[in-house]
Design a binder for this molecule. Structure first.
Ligand SMILES: Cc1cc2nc3c(=O)[nH]c(=O)nc-3n(C[C@H](O)[C@H](O)[C@H](O)COP(=O)(O)O)c2cc1C
Length: 193
């Protein structure tokens, strides 16, 4: 894609988080539903990470579309202290299959915070290196770690199916060719050709 941009920011929630049970906070569930609805047609992808009252979000897509979204985000009253952590052109997306992946801060991320001497999830104070490390961790985090998946978006699912078909195609072509050759040989041996 021409002029692909990766933008990462931190923000603080502006709502009372639901009690700390296993299900996704309803406000966050609403944000994710809205993100997935809007991002897929706009060819935007990314990840949203929540913990300790803070958001860390990465947006990837064409520059004008990502910049427009960031302008909307700055005025969204579900969060405040929206602070840009990184904004740079990139050659490839890290979150190709996701219109908006979601992860709660989990044990693995807490371990990373400890190494950085951070007692809680405070994305505003992340170094550039920590931003990059966290993005890699979020990219590699398995889907199992997402709490209560909310409408996995179509692009991811269809892209995975297309990928699976592409992977199987050489095998199918080979098996079909081998079958045809075997039949021709069989017919020749039987004296029918
Ligand atoms: C933390 C956070 C992350 C958000 N992420 C997205 C997003 O990825 N895509 C999006 O369209 N809106 C996102 N929003 C919502 C936007 O700020 C805005 O409300 C929305 O884009 C407006 O869309 P609408 O015109 O369909 O109502 C997010 C809001 C918050 C608070």
């Amino acid at each position: 894609m021409a002029d692909l941009l990766r933008l990462v920011y931190a923000s603080k929630i502006n709502f009372e988080p639901a009690s700390n049970d296993k299900s996704t906070d309803p406000v966050i569930a609403g944000i994710l539903a809205q993100s997935r609805r809007n991002n897929e047609p706009n060819n935007i992808g990314g990840v949203l990470c929540y913990g300790d009252g803070f958001f860390f979000q990465c947006l990837e897509g064409s520059r004008p579309v990502v910049e427009q979204l960031y302008d909307r985000l700055l005025n969204d009253d579900r969060h405040r202290e929206v602070t840009l952590l990184s904004k740079r052109p990139v050659a490839h997306r890290m979150f190709q299959l996701w219109s908006m992946k979601f992860t709660n801060v989990d044990a693995k991320i807490r371990q990373m915070l400890q190494i950085e001497n951070l007692e809680s999830f405070q994305p505003h104070s992340f170094s550039d290196l920590m931003v990059e490390r966290l993005l890699i961790e979020l990219r590699d985090a398995s889907e199992k770690r997402r709490p209560a998946p909310i409408g996995r978006q179509g692009r991811g699912a269809s892209a995975r199916q297309a990928g699976a078909v592409r992977e199987l195609m050489p095998g199918l072509v080979f098996a079909t060719a081998a079958g045809v050759i075997a039949i021709v040989f069989g017919l020749m041996l039987a004296g029918l050709l």
